[in-house]
Design a protein around this ligand. Structure first.
Ligand SMILES: Nc1ncnc2c1ncn2[C@@H]1O[C@H](COP(=O)(O)OP(=O)(O)O)[C@@H](O)[C@H]1O
Ligand SMILES: [Mg+2]
Length: 261
């Protein structure tokens, strides 16, 4: 039997907030090993869709499958366990802890059941598991050029570095699918380039599948293997960068935006 090329499949996904539709019958396929980008104006429903995958939001209807398994109704921590990790639009790190501890504790919390179990576990971690975590943290730190910051308190680092620590935390869960929600928002040019280079390097070396939500069209068009466009909670186009750029509906949305004062 041929292997399904789709790592993530979303079918007919709808989500409402108090009767107002945020997602309307969205279908998406994310192919294994590719960099998939989801674009669209503010309020289009991109983060809501990712929140449905992460189980922060419960969809009204539809189905989400990962690796051929129906994950529509699994618990949030099981999403991470089955191989889906994400970074957040707003950094969610322990600002008073070191980089290394954030990565290790982050991995534990996201792979287990919740913050309380994470803290209880902290004192009685098994030796082997500790060693594995150390190795993982060291490998990820060197990969993301964070080694020299490993004992720094996260809150004292620049915004760009904190975003990179959040990426390290997501990678420590050893995901097959890495979801990045606006990873370069608020970054300067240099930080943006650093982040994108790191993401591309990880994708290549680790063979990860990347699901990117990004506003910067130049970045999206340059690095994506496949792009889906959302507007008002619906998928309105998809294709390669060349195809999407030629799509009249997409041009209308984006040119329309530029024309607004
Ligand atoms: N927790 C929520 N409660 C109510 N409405 C929400 C919530 N989250 C998102 N929305 C609404 O859903 C729509 C899509 O938002 P969002 O997914 O954040 O868009 P995007 O990420 O594309 O900018 C918006 O109209 C937004 O106001
Ligand atoms: Mg968003």
């Amino acid at each position: 039997m041929a292997t399904n090329p789709n790592l993530l499949e979303i079918r007919n996904l709808s989500l409402n907030f108090g009767g107002i539709g945020a997602l309307n019958k969205v279908d998406l396929n994310v192919k294994r090993g590719l960099l998939f980008s989801l674009i669209g104006p503010n309020g289009a429903g991109k983060t809501s869709l990712v929140n449905c995958i992460s189980k922060f939001y419960i969809p009204k209807s539809g189905k989400i499958s990962f690796n051929g398994r129906d994950i529509t109704s699994i618990a949030s921590h099981d999403v991470v366990r089955c191989g889906i990790s994400r970074t957040f639009q707003n950094i969610e790190l322990f600002k008073e802890m070191t980089v290394l501890d954030n990565i290790k504790l982050g991995r534990h919390i996201h792979l287990r059941s919740g913050p309380i179990s994470g803290i209880l576990y902290w004192g009685k971690a098994k030796k082997e598991e500790k060693e594995l975590e150390e190795l993982l943290a060291r490998e990820i730190l060197s990969f993301l050029d964070l080694s020299s910051y490993k004992n720094r308190v996260v809150g004292t680092l620049s915004y760009g570095l904190q975003k990179r620590v959040d990426l390290a935390r997501a990678l420590a869960c050893k995901p097959e699918l890495l979801i990045l929600d606006e990873p370069v928002a608020g970054m300067n040019r240099e930080e943006t380039k650093d982040m994108i280079d790191h993401v591309l390097q990880i994708k290549k070396s680790w063979g990860l599948t990347v699901f990117l939500i990004e506003h910067d069209m130049e970045i999206v068009m340059n690095i994506s293997d496949w792009i889906a466009v959302m507007n008002f909670g619906e998928k309105m186009a998809e294709g390669t960068a060349a195809e999407v750029q030629k799509n009249p509906e997409v041009i209308r949305i984006y040119l329309g935006k530029q024309c607004q004062q």
